[in-house]
Design a protein around this ligand. Sequence first.
Ligand code: SAM
Length: 236
Amino acid sequence: MKQRIEQGLTALGLTPPPQAAGQLAEYGRLLLEQNRVMNLTAITEPDQVVDLHFLDCAALLTIGEDFNGKTLIDVGTGAGFPGLPLKILEPSLTVTLLDSLGKRVTWLESVCDALSLDHVTCLHARGEEQAHQAGYRDSFDYAVSRAVASLEVLCELCLPYVKVGGKFLAMKSVDSAAEVDRAARGIAKLGGRLLPRVDYEIPGTGVSHRVVVVEKVSPTPNGYPRRWARIQKAPL
Ligand SMILES: C[S@@+](CC[C@H](N)C(=O)[O-])C[C@H]1O[C@@H](n2cnc3c(N)ncnc32)[C@H](O)[C@@H]1O
């Protein structure tokens, strides 16, 4: 795994810290081991874990954003994607990994301990509830999310966390144009502004993905996010 990680990161043009490839390989080992007893990922081949999890997430570091020393929240992180690979590859980040499933969050804590990562908070919470808490609302340089919900739902979950001047980075497929159109009105209501999207290819796979970039231009009005049932039933 380690060699494939190193090759992939080089192909992405990244120069990670010396310990990062080893930490990712150990994370992958722990993921596949735990996946035998807990549902963490549908991807069970080590090479695919490297390509479709680690390198996919690492590609966020290639889209022209400066993550150095920034704060980032990963909403619906699951087994830690994309937040944990980002933290490993950019250790100066202060990262919050949030998920509504307690068992996954407990496992993530054990991974962060095993990898001796500091400035990572693993938080068992619902995204739409935690965003109303002081210290979380309008507070992060970046919110990120992958494979959690449609963009219109996701924007209501994630944009409230972002401080004015910060960004929400949604990892999506390249055929998400209609989804982006549907989310446009809600993005404006939530204090966001769509910036040009960034498409990337995961090295050696032929698989292309997209980052939808939303800048926070004004504080999210009180009342958002709404309750989960409401968000889903009546998207903005
Ligand atoms: C399909 S998994 C994706 C996990 C990870 N982001 C990835 O790309 O592999 C979706 C995750 O989002 C979490 N989730 C769904 N709705 C949520 C909510 N409202 N608040 C927090 N977590 C949520 C689920 O518990 C699950 O772990």
